[in-house]
Design a binder for this molecule. Structure first.
Ligand code: SAM
Length: 184
């Protein structure tokens, strides 16, 4: 039977990130200059934007080894992270093993049934793996996993930052269906 483009793409992503772990590539343990470099995309301003007060439930899509999660977990009530790469999520569990309020899941977020909703959902440097034509649909799907509380829709973008723009990479969804993303 012919494999679909979707399943081929998924296998490539898993292979890529599993191999990075085999090479011991773990951004949680990057040296300081590299961490500062990454802060260009999703540094303190990105984290502040989530307005976390220690009580919210938070989902990170494409959690990786936990580069952002290690900073977010202490700020929320419950942290859930999902990643498609089994070796990556194994490493994430190691990196976050001291945290009690975490659930780390291995799977494709596009197919996953979380069985609950979250106060805040964010994702960084993961949407580039979704074909441009599917990005908008993915954002709408994620929006369904936000707790309802009188939603309005407000999708904001920097000048060229439409959800189907190729460099669209960082996103936060939270109360009020606020979508924030930036382009590099
Ligand atoms: C570039 S890494 C970013 C990791 C983390 N967000 C960070 O910024 O450090 C992208 C991550 O997204 C994961 N990923 C890609 N497509 C995914 C999907 N459909 N479902 C879940 N995880 C996915 C990859 O396995 C990888 O760990």
């Amino acid at each position: 039977m012919m494999r679909s483009d979707k399943s081929r793409n998924r296998e490539h992503i898993i292979q890529h990130y599993d191999l990075l772990i085999e090479e011991n590539n773990d951004p949680v343990h990057d040296p300081e200059p590299l961490k500062e470099y990454m802060d260009q995309w999703d540094g303190q301003a990105f984290i502040d934007r989530m307005q976390l007060d220690g009580t919210q439930s938070v989902l990170e899509i494409g959690v990786g080894t936990g580069r952002l999660a290690v900073r977010i977990v202490p700020l929320c009530g419950l942290f859930c992270g999902i990643d498609i790469s089994p070796k990556t999520i194994y490493r994430t569990k190691e990196n976050l093993k001291k945290s009690k309020n975490t659930a780390l899941l291995c799977g494709d977020f596009l197919d996953y049934d979380f069985g609950c909703r979250f106060d805040v959902i964010y994702s960084s440097l993961t949407f580039m793996h979704i074909a441009d034509k599917h990005k908008q649909k993915a954002v709408i799907r994620i929006a369904d996993w936000i707790k309802p509380s009188g939603w309005s829709c407000d999708i904001r973008a920097s000048e060229e930052g439409l959800p189907n723009h190729p460099v669209f990479c960082c996103i936060i969804l939270q109360r009020g269906f606020y979508v924030h993303f930036r382009t590099s």
